[in-house]
Design a protein around this ligand. Structure first.
Ligand SMILES: *[C@@H]1O[C@H](CO)[C@@H](O)[C@H](O)[C@H]1NC(C)=O
Length: 222
C-alpha cells in the first residue's frame, strides 16, 4: 500500500514537473528576486537566466542608467528603440516586466511588429504619434488607432501586430513598459521578406497575392 502511494505521488510530481516545463512563460517569482547571470558558462539552457546567490545582490543589479539619451534615427524607418530588459538589467530576471525608450525622427516610424511574450503600455513624452494595432483573425482583423500627444497612453495587447508613426513636425519620444523580462520582437517586414535563408518567393507571392518578381524585389530590400 505504502509502495503504491509513493509511486502515485512520484507520477503526480513528474506530471507537475512536465506541465511546468510545457507551460513556459514569464513565471511568477518564487523569491524576492533572482538576478540573471550568464554562468555557469557551460550549463544547460534554462527557461530564463541562472540566478545569482541572493546574498550577493547589490543595488547595481537593479539599476540601469542612460534612458535620458536620445538615439540616432538616421536609418530606413527613422526610429530607434532602446530596450532595458533582462539582458542589460539582470535584476529583472523572473519579474515579468521591462522597459523601452523609442526615438522617432520627423516622419519616422516604429514599423508593424509584435512582441511574442508581452503586452505593451506606451506613454508619449514628446511629440505626436499615430499608433495602432490589429486584432487577430478570429476578431476580424479590426484596426484600432489613436493619435497620441504628450502624456497620452495606449496599450498594445500581447502578440498583436502594432505600430507607431511620428505625424508631428518635430522629433517624438515615447517610453513603454512590457509585461515580460524579455518580450522579443518580430518585425513583420524583416521577418517575412528578410528571413535567412529567404522564404521561397512563390510561397510569398501566393500568400501576398503578388507577382514573384515583386516579392524578390522586396526580399532584396530586407
Ligand atoms: C540607435 O542609436 C545608437 C546610438 O545613437 C546607434 O549606435 C544605433 O546604430 C542606432 N540604431 C539604429 C537601428 O539606427
Amino acid at each position: 500500500m505504502a509502495m503504491k502511494t509513493i509511486s502515485f505521488l512520484s507520477i503526480i510530481s513528474l506530471l507537475a514537473l512536465t506541465l511546468s516545463l510545457v507551460i513556459a512563460s514569464d513565471p511568477s517569482p518564487l523569491q524576492d528576486f533572482c538576478i540573471g547571470v550568464n554562468t555557469p558558462a557551460n550549463g544547460v539552457f534554462v527557461n530564463g537566466k541562472f540566478c545569482k546567490d541572493p546574498k550577493l545582490a547589490t543595488a547595481d543589479d537593479f539599476f540601469f542608467s542612460g534612458l535620458h539619451n536620445a538615439r540616432a534615427v538616421n536609418n530606413a524607418v527613422g526610429s530607434n528603440v532602446t530596450a532595458v530588459n533582462v539582458n542589460n538589467l539582470p535584476g529583472l530576471n523572473t519579474l515579468g516586466i521591462s522597459l523601452v525608450r523609442i526615438d522617432y525622427g520627423v516622419n519616422g516610424q516604429n514599423p508593424p511588429h509584435t512582441h511574442p511574450r508581452a503586452t505593451e503600455i506606451l506613454v508619449v513624452q514628446q511629440g505626436t504619434l499615430f499608433v495602432g494595432f490589429v486584432s487577430s483573425n478570429g476578431d476580424g482583423n479590426r484596426l484600432f488607432t489613436k493619435t497620441l500627444n504628450k502624456g497620452d497612453v495606449f496599450v498594445f495587447p500581447e502578440g498583436l501586430i502594432h505600430f507607431q508613426a511620428n505625424v508631428g513636425r518635430s522629433p517624438a519620444v515615447a517610453f513603454a513598459a512590457l509585461s515580460s523580462q524579455n518580450p522579443g520582437v518580430v518585425t513583420i517586414a524583416n521577418t517575412v521578406f528578410g528571413s535567412n535563408p529567404p522564404i521561397n518567393p512563390n510561397v510569398l507571392a501566393r500568400a501576398f497575392q503578388l507577382d514573384p518578381k515583386v516579392v524578390i524585389d522586396l526580399q532584396n530590400k530586407f
